[in-house]
Every structure is written in structure tokens, then in C-alpha cells.
Design a binder for this molecule. Structure first.
Ligand code: ADP
Ligand code: MG
Length: 545
């Protein structure tokens, strides 16, 4: 055993060590995730050497794996990998100070901000998290470069560390954590196993805990689309969503630019909100290089897409970005844009591939899409395309899309018409519908105020205005090109009737005029906000006078 040298941590590093160890991670357990991900990174580096400089690798036959062991008697946790390891200089450089992320900038920000937790996440300080739980850390490491020596690095995290040469060190890094009394639970196999499963289940190397493999499920999102069977998708979906049904659709999407994204989404076969089970939580987990950053991540998909289950993995997201920071992270928003667009496009394609399957899916999940129309205006066009409606020319079992409607529009028709009614029967016998039927013009039937509200919100579909049959626009359409019928009443009779009715219901009418609509009813109310719609408006804008 060679000489031992004492080194002080850089002053800044000391401060950070202290902050990290004392207060920053609200969930201490993430230190396991941090160390495993360092191990995984270290082994990826050796794999890279295999491609570029295989002959220089020390002990090339050693398998890539992370070995973790717990010891309740000694109160220790050990994490060992067969990765790139570190030379003496690398240890000083990598573990003695805050590495790549720029410590100056970090401390400056730390001084400026009160919310320290949200900034530390942006910086690579993963390794130091083990001082949250350990009062003594020992690292045995040997660089993967052939001929390297082994070293022992030791510190109690209080300001200095020791480096000495060590014998019998295997290629890679072995970290021994002597646990603080308030962290003894990390010497228990079961606790550690749960944490590994939570954060590191998909790490690309085998993880053994006290000799048994822990991570057995393959990270499908990193694999080639065509290499995954339907059975594997089902298994993975069930694992992710903790449910037992078969997903209706899977959407597997990868891109490298402008952002690196690997993702898989599943549309379940049903949802529970319709049973009044309360609002679902978001169903997508966020990973960075196969390591979990956040389960049920908010903001990666819009709230109305909470029925989607899945995984998003992006190397662009720093591993230890904090929860609070994720919420309003510009990067997450950009990723979200790309993903929402993709999912909506994919569903549109599915609707063309198998309309019957799609209609079934839409009838189950339409409520979410309608919520999307109302709450998330920027996707209005894409969502409108997916919605299905019952109309005078389509049925509940085989509803129509707005595209179908547009295709069937009459040459002189400029607008899309909808009509609120309580049932199909009421709709078909309504005096509002009558003139449209005579002209063979399709009308969408809405049976609840939500649909009416959604169509009103859609407003325009392409260049077609979406209007109610009661609207002024509809009245104009019905009047145009209408051959003037022989009036059965004289002008005096008509005027007399109009002034009578205007007086009789003066407080409810803004005017009365003769119509060219072909209807069998004597009079019809037009251009009024229906009662349900007024109710909706009130509901949406409580402050409006
Ligand atoms: P980051 O992983 O973001 O770089 P960390 O604080 O987690 O920050 O690690 C600091 C550095 O220490 C790493 O970049 C790496 O160079 C080195 N390191 C940490 N753990 C290992 C390991 N298991 N094997 C080799 N090098 C490691
Ligand atoms: Mg790290």
C-alpha cells in the first residue's frame, strides 16, 4: 500500500457538499439512483472503448454489471461496477470539485435565489448525494485503461478526502457507504430493492442485489420498433400502468433532432373516470438515459391527455433536475409539443387504418378530447379532426368526422351546421331540422350541452365556420336561392301577426320577421343562445357580470 495523500475539497465544493447533504434532496433515496446511473455511464464508456480502442481495455473479460450489497450488521451499502474507473487525477478532478456543470455559476445562482432546491437540480452533483446518507464513503477504483493502478478514495464529507494506492482492486469502481444512523434503512435489502425497482428498473446493464438480479424488464422504448412483439407491448404496458387490460394502441416514437427523444405511449382499452372514480393522475414517466427522473410527470403531456400511459426518455434532461423545476422547464415544454403533435397525428392515422376500432376508442375517450378542445386551444384543429359526431347522415354506431361532413357538403354550403336536441327522434322531427332536410343538408346532432359547447369552441374547421342551426348564418343560408313562395297570408295579415307577437313576448324578443325557411311550424326562434349554452357560459366565467 503506497502513500496516502490528504486533499481538501475546493471551497465551493465544500459548501455544496454541505447543502446537498443537509437539505437539498427531499427524497434522500435518490442517491441510489445517482450512483447507479454513474455506474451505468461508466460502463457505457467502456463499451465505447470496445469500439474505438478495444486492445487498451483492462480485463476485457469482466462482464458489465452493477453489484449492490447491503449489510445490516455493518450498516453499509456497497455499489460496484465494472466501468471506466478513475485514475488518481480523475478522482481529484471528478470527485474533488463540482465537475462539468460550472461551480462558479452554480454558487452565483445559489446566492441569488432563495429556492435553492430548484437550482441544484440543474447541476451535476449526483455523486455528492451519497453524503446525505453516509458518514464515511470509501471508493475503490481502477481505471479501465490497461496497466492502471488501483486507488482508495476516502472522505467523511466534512472538508477533505484522502487518496491512497490500493491493492486487489478490480476494474471499475466500488463505493462503500457507511450509513448515518438516520439512514440505516439503506442497509436493508428490501428497501434498496424497492428503490432500484422504482428508479433504475430499465438501466441497460444487469443490477444484482446481494447476488440476485433485480432489473428484469427490458426498456422497450430504446429498442427497435420492429423488434417488439404485441405480447411484449402488452406486458410492458401492464407493468407501467399496473393494470391488466390490453392497450388499444401503442405509439412508439423516437427522434434525434432537434431534441433527443425515445418514447412509447399506450392508449388503454378503457378509463375509470367515467365511473366517477375521480380524476386520473398523469400516466407518463420521465426518464433520462433509462433512469427514472419522475413518475407520473406533470407537464410532459397536457392534462387532458392524462389517460395516456407511457415513457419518455430524453438525454437532454439532466438527471437530477428537481420536480419543481420540471414543471416550468422550457425543455419539457418543447418536448411536450413534439409529443402531443405526434400522438395526435398517430391517432389520425389509426382512424384511417381501422375506423371501427377507432370509433370504439373515441367513444370511450372522447370526453378527454373535448376537454382538450376547451382547455388547450393550440391543438384545436388536430383534436377536431379526431372527434366523431352523430348527424342526420350518420349514426351513433358509425359517427362522422368533420372531414366526412365537409366532403358531403352541398356546393353552395359554406358552413357546418349543428343542432342541439334531446334525442335523435326529437332532432329529426324538429322544425329547425326540417328545412335542412328538405335541402338534403347534413346537420350534426348534439345531445348534451358539452358537445354544443365544444362545437362552438371549434368555431372554424378549416375555412368552414361551425354554426348552430339557430344562428343568423344558418338563416341566411336557408334564405338564399330560396324561390319565394306564394304567401298564403296577405301583407296586412303578416304585419298584424308580427306586431302582435312582438308585443306579446316583448321582453324576450329583439325582433320578428317573416322567414323563407320551409317549415310546418307557424313560428321559430332563431339566433338565440340556448339555455344550456348560457348555463355553460356562466359556469366557465364565474366573474362575468
Ligand atoms: P455527473 O454524473 O453529472 O457527471 P456526478 O457527481 O454524478 O456528476 O459524478 C461526477 C463525476 O465523477 C462523473 O462525471 C464521473 O467522471 C465520475 N464518476 C462518478 N461515479 C463514477 C463511477 N462509478 N465510475 C467512474 N467514474 C465515476
Ligand atoms: Mg451522475
Amino acid at each position: 500500500i503506497g502513500l496516502s495523500e490528504k486533499h481538501d475539497f475546493q471551497t465551493e465544493t465544500q459548501k455544496i457538499l454541505h447543502i446537498v447533504a443537509e437539505s437539498l434532496y427531499t427524497e434522500k433515496e435518490v442517491f441510489i439512483r445517482e450512483l447507479i446511473s454513474n455506474s451505468s455511464d461508466a460502463m457505457e464508456k467502456v463499451k465505447h472503448m470496445q469500439l474505438t480502442s478495444a486492445s487498451e481495455i483492462q480485463d476485457p473479460e469482466i462482464p458489465f454489471e452493477v453489484k449492490i450489497s447491503t449489510d445490516e450488521d455493518k450498516k453499509t451499502l456497497i455499489i460496484q461496477d465494472s466501468g471506466i474507473g478513475m485514475s488518481r487525477e480523475e478522482m481529484i478532478k471528478n470527485l474533488g470539485k463540482i465537475g462539468y456543470s460550472g461551480s462558479k455559476e452554480f454558487l452565483q445562482k445559489l446566492g441569488e435565489q432563495t429556492d435553492k432546491a430548484s437550482i441544484i437540480g440543474q447541476f451535476g452533483v449526483g455523486f455528492y448525494s451519497c453524503f446525505m446518507v453516509g458518514h464515511q464513503i470509501k471508493i475503490y477504483t481502477k481505471s479501465a485503461k490497461k496497466g492502471s493502478k488501483g486507488y482508495l478514495w476516502e472522505s467523511d464529507g466534512s472538508g477533505s478526502y484522502q487518496i491512497s494506492e490500493a491493492d486487489g482492486v478490480q476494474r471499475g469502481t466500488k463505493i462503500i457507504i457507511h450509513l448515518k444512523p438516520n439512514a440505516y434503512e439503506y442497509s436493508k435489502k428490501q428497501s434498496v430493492e424497492n428503490i432500484i425497482k422504482k428508479y433504475s428498473n430499465f438501466v441497460g446493464f444487469p443490477i444484482y442485489l446481494n447476488g440476485h438480479s433485480v432489473n428484469t424488464i427490458r426498456p422497450l422504448w430504446t429498442m427497435n420498433k420492429n423488434a417488439i412483439t404485441a405480447e411484449e407491448h402488452k406486458e410492458f404496458y401492464q407493468f407501467l400502468s399496473k393494470s391488466y387490460d390490453t392497450p388499444t394502441y401503442n405509439i412508439h416514437f423516437s427522434t434525434d433532432s432537434p431534441l433527443s427523444i425515445r418514447s412509447i405511449f399506450y392508449i388503454p382499452s378503457q378509463h375509470m373516470e367515467k365511473y366517477g372514480m375521480g380524476r386520473m393522475e398523469p400516466g407518463v414517466s420521465l426518464f433520462s438515459r433509462r433512469v427514472l427522473i419522475q413518475q407520473k410527470a406533470q407537464g410532459i403531456l397536457p392534462d387532458w391527455m392524462r389517460f395516456v400511459r407511457g415513457v419518455v426518455d430524453s438525454e437532454d434532461i439532466p438527471l437530477n433536475v428537481s420536480r419543481e423545476h420540471l414543471q416550468d422547464n422550457g425543455l419539457i415544454q418543447r418536448i411536450s409539443q413534439v409529443l402531443v403533435k405526434r400522438i395526435l397525428k398517430n391517432l389520425d392515422e389509426e382512424s384511417k387504418k381501422d375506423p371501427i376500432k377507432f370509433n370504439k376508442f373515441m367513444s370511450e375517450f372522447q370526453g378527454f378530447f373535448k376537454e382538450g378542445i376547451i382547455t388547450d386551444f393550440k391543438w384545436k384543429d388536430e383534436i377536431s379532426r379526431l372527434l366523431r359526431f352523430e348527424s342526420s347522415k350518420s349514426t351513433e354506431d358509425s359517427p362522422c368526422s368533420l372531414d366526412d361532413y365537409v366532403k358531403r357538403m352541398k356546393p353552395d354550403q359554406k358552413q357546418i351546421y349543428f343542432m342541439p336536441a334531446t334525442s335523435r327522434n326529437v332532432a329529426e322531427t324538429s322544425p329547425y331540422f326540417e328545412p335542412f332536410q328538405l335541402k338534403d343538408v347534413e346537420v350534426i346532432f348534439t345531445y348534451n350541452s358539452l358537445d354544443e359547447f365544444v362545437l362552438t369552441n371549434i368555431g372554424h374547421y378549416g375555412d368552414k365556420k361551425v354554426v348552430s342551426v339557430e344562428s343568423k348564418e344558418a338563416e341566411e343560408f336557408l334564405n338564399q336561392n330560396q324561390e319565394k313562395k306564394q304567401d298564403t297570408l296577405s301583407k296586412e295579415q303578416i304585419d298584424g301577426f308580427l306586431s302582435w307577437i312582438q308585443e306579446a313576448v316583448a321582453d324576450k324578443l329583439s325582433g320578428a320577421s317573416p322567414t323563407q325557411r320551409s317549415i310546418s311550424a307557424p313560428a321559430i326562434v332563431v339566433d338565440h343562445e340556448s339555455a344550456t349554452f348560457r348555463r355553460m357560459m356562466k359556469m366557465m366565467e364565474p366573474n362575468k357580470q
